[in-house]
Design a protein around this ligand. Structure first.
Ligand SMILES: [Zn+2]
Ligand SMILES: [Zn+2]
Ligand SMILES: [Zn+2]
Length: 188
């Protein structure tokens, strides 16, 4: 990109953050993204100046998430879990926390999320805040852990088997039959 290319909002050198408004620097681009998301979700939208002040505060504390103290990055392309996100607390306040914390806040009633220590996590089923080691690993999720605690996950699986016994059992039998057939073929 042309080195003389300036950010349309702050005039500092633009990075390759092109929108229909023009080129942006990284921070102004993130501000634009956050404000667009607020408008789309019909949530209170801070002004550019307010967000810029919040960003300055964030740089002042070395980009640390105030909730989990992980180092955050401006753009999702540099790590989605740790990207700076705008949190709308249910008390009405706004703050910048990492996306992983933001997602977990959403699952907690009120703003109770902030009272749960970082070593803990709330189960989506029994709704208890439990130590993280009581949750199974789930690579696909934003937090890397299961939504339900191990106990609830086991209960849910047990219930599923009970509820689906009629369909589940014949399938298991068919699988078992196939397995035995294969083993027999291997031995002959
Ligand atoms: Zn800018
Ligand atoms: Zn965090
Ligand atoms: Zn649970």
């Amino acid at each position: 990109m042309d080195i003389n290319c300036k950010c349309v909002d702050c005039g500092s050198p633009a990075t390759k953050r092109m929108t229909h408004h023009g080129p942006y620097c990284t921070q102004c681009y993130r501000i634009w993204q956050m404000r667009s998301a607020c408008q789309k979700d019909h949530k209170p939208c801070p002004t550019k100046t307010q967000l810029r002040q919040m960003f300055a505060g964030l740089i002042g504390r070395d980009m640390k998430c105030e909730s989990c103290s992980s180092t955050m990055n401006w753009l999702a392309s540099d790590g989605r879990r740790t990207v700076v996100s705008l949190q709308h607390d249910r008390s009405g306040g706004m703050r910048l926390i990492c996306l992983s914390c933001n997602t977990r806040h959403r699952a907690c009633p009120g703003d109770s999320f902030y009272e749960i220590p970082d070593s803990h996590r709330r189960c989506g089923r029994c709704e208890q805040a439990l130590p993280k080691d009581q949750f199974g690993v789930h690579r696909g999720s934003s937090t890397g852990l299961h939504h339900y605690c191990r106990k609830c996950a086991a209960e849910k699986a047990r219930k599923w088997t009970q509820d689906n016994y009629e369909t589940f059992r014949p399938r298991a039998t068919a699988y078992e039959r196939e397995r035995l057939r294969r083993r027999k073929n291997e031995n002959t």
